[in-house]
Design a protein around this ligand. Structure first.
Ligand code: ATP
Length: 139
């Protein structure tokens, strides 16, 4: 391992999305953005819907959309367990825009049959995906 890197693993119920050395990461923790560098003290943090950014071993910044989970940091390994996670470059932008629009339509209606908190979460997931894909959001 290079002297300034540590391991990042991102796992979902479906797959191991990512496992490689990184220089730096910022995770969307429930308590606020959480930055990790090599030799970080051990920690466990709950993560919310948002974008996890990292700098890869070549120094390029990359983005991953994720929808909640946990991160553990121990012995120069950061393990993220996420409900869903996608690399920014793999995100289907049209699908995320359609999901955002569906959620927006639900949120502007006054209808007791609509589950507003579910629509809000769908909106947050869509916004995180569009941000990770580098799309300017106007919802
Ligand atoms: P949709 O309404 O478009 O299905 P959603 O937020 O309800 O969006 P999730 O339940 O969070 O979708 O995800 C279901 C699966 O689809 C997961 O594997 C997730 O990684 C994937 N996924 C969801 N939206 C996208 C997208 N825009 N691009 C790529 N993969 C996606």
């Amino acid at each position: 391992m290079a002297e300034n890197t540590f391991m990042l693993e991102i796992v979902t119920p479906e797959q191991i999305l990512f496992r490689d050395e990184v220089q730096f990461l910022v995770a969307p923790a429930v308590e606020g953005e959480l930055g990790v560098l090599r030799n970080h003290a051990p920690l466990v943090a709950a993560l919310k819907i948002g974008v996890l950014r990292y700098k890869d071993a070549q120094g390029q910044e990359q983005k991953i959309a994720m929808s909640g989970g946990f991160m553990e940091v121990v012995d120069n390994t950061a393990r993220v367990l996420a409900e869903t996670a996608e690399h920014g470059h793999e995100i289907d932008v049209l699908r995320a825009k359609a999901a955002a629009e569906r959620a927006r339509q639900r949120l502007i209606q006054r209808d007791e049959n609509i589950n507003y908190s579910r629509a809000q979460l769908a909106m947050q997931r869509a916004i995180a995906r569009l941000k990770a894909a580098g799309v300017d959001i106007d919802v």
